[in-house]
Design a protein around this ligand. Structure first.
Ligand code: GRF
Length: 213
């Protein structure tokens, strides 16, 4: 349900690669499915296709390279400063491959979210990103995998879970097949979860998230 009178939430999206999750947020915004305005796309890697997607849709973008800073805090401070400068209400990680220092999620309490390609808390944490996740799922013999949208807190992949959807792991799956099946679900649940947050419908109590209305 969209409330016309409420101002759109300003969303900054952090990316590192192809940006297919960014595209799913852009599509949901442009089709009026979620009450947001993507204020900025920030990539830590120059020349990635996510920036072309932003450009194509007239969304301002910037590059903040982690290599240009002495340490994680310098890089994180630059990301935080830019996000605040553009008036960000909600910070979204979308295929962003760096861990940010705690001061970033602490500046956006319950307003910073991430999409992870497994059913957290399984197959999360250190080193669990991209194809590493799907390789671990296949090696484990799990019969299901899926995607998770969660609140970003100071502990990577550990925040309250907002939305999940499962996919089957099929007997002849390889990493690519499983990754593609999970990615399709990511593109569905990320816009849905961001819409709930933008509509202030999340009730977050400890690790548990309930949906208002
Ligand atoms: C993919 O591994 C996806 O599962 C994860 O980030 C990676 C790139 O996604 N969320 P994107 O196409 O850059 O959004």
């Amino acid at each position: 349900m969209k409330n016309e009178s409420k101002p759109l939430k300003r969303v900054t999206v952090l990316v590192s690669g192809g940006g297919s999750n960014l595209q799913s947020l852009i599509d949901a915004m442009e089709e009026g499915r979620i009450p947001i305005e993507i204020a900025r796309v920030i990539s830590n890697v120059p020349g990635v296709y996510a920036l072309e997607r932003a450009e194509k849709h007239g969304i301002p973008w910037s590059i903040i390279r982690h290599q240009d800073f002495d340490d994680l805090h310098g890089f994180s401070a630059a990301i935080l400063e830019e996000s605040i400068r553009v008036g960000t209400d909600i910070l979204c990680l979308a295929g962003f491959l760096r861990i940010l220092a705690p001061e970033v999620p602490m500046a956006f309490p319950n307003r910073m979210i991430n999409i992870h390609p497994s059913l957290l808390p399984s197959f999360g944490g250190k080193g669990m990103y991209g194809h590493h996740v799907h390789r671990a799922v296949l090696a484990s013999g799990a019969k299901f995998s899926g995607a998770t949208v969660h609140v970003v807190t100071e502990v990577p992949d550990d925040g309250p879970i907002i939305h999940q959807q499962i996919v089957p792991v099929l007997p002849d799956d390889d990493e690519e097949a499983l990754a593609a099946r999970v990615l399709a679900v990511e593109h569905k649940i990320y816009p849905e979860a961001l819409g709930w947050l933008a509509e202030d419908r999340l009730i977050i109590e400890g690790q548990r998230v309930k949906l208002r209305g």
